[in-house]
Design a protein around this ligand. Structure first.
Ligand code: 15L
Length: 272
């Protein structure tokens, strides 16, 4: 039987990186975004929907026949509170209510490291900072990710939906600075992580860091490994290119020590 996977926020950075990587025989990707996703190429098992995650009727229709949702939709940086409240917090509620009403068994929520941005690298025990460490948001954006995780927990406890919250580090083609050398999640590892979430056999509620097997990481990989996520990439291959010949004497100041980096210092509610 065909597996339909709904991806919200499909036109965003992570969504675009995942489109080809999550294509599988026997799977249809239903891509939803306020910015209309590109029409399917010939032979591509893709459906596109132009809609907002805050649109209850559209979300209900989009969830029909869906086995799993990967919820990436919303604002991905710090922004004024009203927008964050609507797109990220209300949007997640709408997605989860639509999932419940349609009987969707599994939801993967794109949370963020910014739900826990104020942890310092020295807070990490051996083996890394646990993925379910108590929240310490660094922005209104981070608060919205805490709310997203709380909504996920609620819908798991109430309705038995399998929910995985991914505290994603930095999912881009390449790392770009010293901090991203430990926060990076390569697009290929991102796809491995989403596949692991889609394949878990036991319904549960869990939190997992979304990072690669970076040499410089200080966030735990154990929770991901427990669901079959075995990242293969390491940002260290970019270290020389990024840091040049400068003597690498470790993190320079709080922006390079705190999980959330510069988000910890950005004015609250200001567009980034
Ligand atoms: C995030 O949550 C953002 O969506 C992304 O744009 C990056 O800034 C990332 O975190 C990060 O911390 O690098």
């Amino acid at each position: 039987m065909t597996q339909v996977v709904l991806i919200t926020g499909a036109s965003g950075g992570v969504g675009r990186l995942m489109r080809s990587r999550l294509a599988r025989e026997g799977r249809v990707l239903r891509l939803l975004d306020v910015v209309r996703p590109e029409a399917p190429a010939e032979g591509e098992a893709v459906e596109v929907i132009e809609a907002s995650v805050t649109d209850e009727a559209a979300m209900r229709a989009a969830c029909e026949g869906v086995e799993a949702i990967i919820h990436l939709g919303g604002i991905s940086v710090e922004a004024p509170w009203d927008g964050i409240l609507s797109a990220n917090i209300d949007g997640t509620r709408v997605v989860l209510e639509a999932a419940r009403d349609a009987g969707v068994a599994r939801v993967v929520l794109a949370s963020s490291n910014h739900a826990a941005g104020f942890y310092d690298l020295e807070d990490a025990p051996e083996g890394g900072l646990p993925a379910d460490v108590a929240f310490r948001p660094d922005t209104y954006y981070g608060v919205s990710k805490v709310a997203m995780e709380a909504l996920g927990s609620l819908f798991h406890e109430r309705y038995g939906i399998d929910v995985t919250c991914l505290r994603i580090g930095s999912c881009f083609e390449k790392p770009w600075d010293r901090r991203s050398l430990w926060t990076w999640m390569s697009p290929d590892d991102g796809a491995r992580l989403f596949e692991a979430c889609l394949a878990t056999s036991e319904p549960g509620f869990r939190t997992v860091w979304g990072i690669s097997r970076n040499t410089r990481r200080w966030w735990s990989l154990a929770e991901g490994e427990a669901i079959g996520y075995h990242p293969q990439d390491d940002s260290e291959v970019f270290a020389a290119e990024l840091l040049g010949d400068a003597i690498d004497d470790g993190p320079q100041g709080p922006e390079e020590r705190l999980a959330g980096g510069k988000f910890c210092f950005t004015p609250l509610g200001e567009h980034q």
